[in-house]
Design a protein around this ligand. Structure first.
Ligand SMILES: Nc1ncnc2c1ncn2[C@@H]1O[C@H](COP(=O)(O)OP(=O)(O)OP(=O)(O)O)[C@@H](O)[C@H]1O
Length: 252
């Protein structure tokens, strides 16, 4: 495959309420890299993530994934491709089915893509969970454990890209660092790419190769994370950086 893994161009989304949530966003994610999408609440990050996942239809723009025009792909082909683009949402409490035990949630995704459910214990083990966790319902897990289940579920299909929408923002600061370490380790092991949505610049700095800064539906600045952080050009990026809260715990 040549070119980026994910390539979105000119994405526009206006909600029926009239809100122009995304206003001409271009973004690329290459195989194996982590791209951060940062900005304040309401800047259009989640909407952009949902557009590239084809959970929402844009009013304009294109999304290409692994050479496929995602927005024109028939539903049946899209279902197959979904194994290669997975999603880790913000709150594991609401994203995991409350009636499925942890192991069943992972099995559900394996089954949906015709993969053997015998892999469940190994997948849970890879995210640091044992047999005792597999039998628990989401309500019986800590926030960090539940997010690990959501990560195991996403990685079950051996995706090329995982879109993570604020995957640690609902967790305590010390638990955040452990989950970020886990995501970084899994990337080293599998070569998966992440599109990582976060309002938290400290988190993005530690995890992302490149970052895009969004404001009011537009990308106002983009570049390698280190450079952006060292010499932000846009006043908005500077103001976001001035408000950074340091992470605690051992980081990747
Ligand atoms: N389903 C929807 N219907 C109407 N407006 C929406 C919908 N989803 C998002 N919006 C609006 O679109 C804008 C962008 O929202 P979005 O959730 O993409 O921003 P965000 O940067 O991800 O913010 P947050 O971090 O708070 O989730 C906001 O003004 C929001 O109120």
């Amino acid at each position: 495959m040549s070119g980026p893994l994910l390539e979105a161009e000119g994405l526009v989304k206006r909600f029926p309420s009239g809100t122009l949530a995304v206003d001409g966003v271009d973004l690329t994610v290459n195989a194996g890299e982590t791209v951060g999408l940062v900005g304040e609440s309401g800047s259009g990050k989640s909407t952009t993530a949902r557009l590239v996942l084809r959970l929402l239809r844009p009013d304009a723009g294109t999304v290409r994934f692994a050479g496929h025009d995602l927005l024109r792909l028939p539903e049946r082909r899209m279902r197959q491709l979904r194994a290669r683009i997975q999603f880790v949402p913000q709150s594991p409490r609401t994203s995991l089915n409350p009636r499925l035990r942890a192991g069943e949630s992972v099995a559900f995704n394996l089954r949906a893509h015709g993969l053997p459910v015998s892999r469940v214990p190994e997948l849970l083990e890879r995210v640091g969970l044992g047999a005792e966790h597999a039998a628990r319902y989401p309500a019986q897990l800590s926030g960090g454990q539940a997010q690990r289940v959501a990560i195991a579920r996403a990685l079950a299909t051996e995706p090329d890209l995982v879109v993570c929408d604020e995957p640690v923002s609902a967790l305590d600061r010390s638990v955040q660092a452990r989950v970020l370490n886990l995501l970084a380790r899994l990337q080293q092991e599998t070569g998966v790419a992440y599109l990582f949505v976060s309002h938290d610049l400290a988190v993005v700095e530690h995890l992302c190769d490149r970052a895009l800064v969004m404001r009011e539906g537009r990308v106002v600045e983009r570049g390698p994370t280190r450079e952006l952080w060292r010499s932000p050009r846009h006043p908005y990026t500077r103001s976001l950086l001035a408000a950074v809260r340091p992470l605690t715990g051992e980081l990747p």
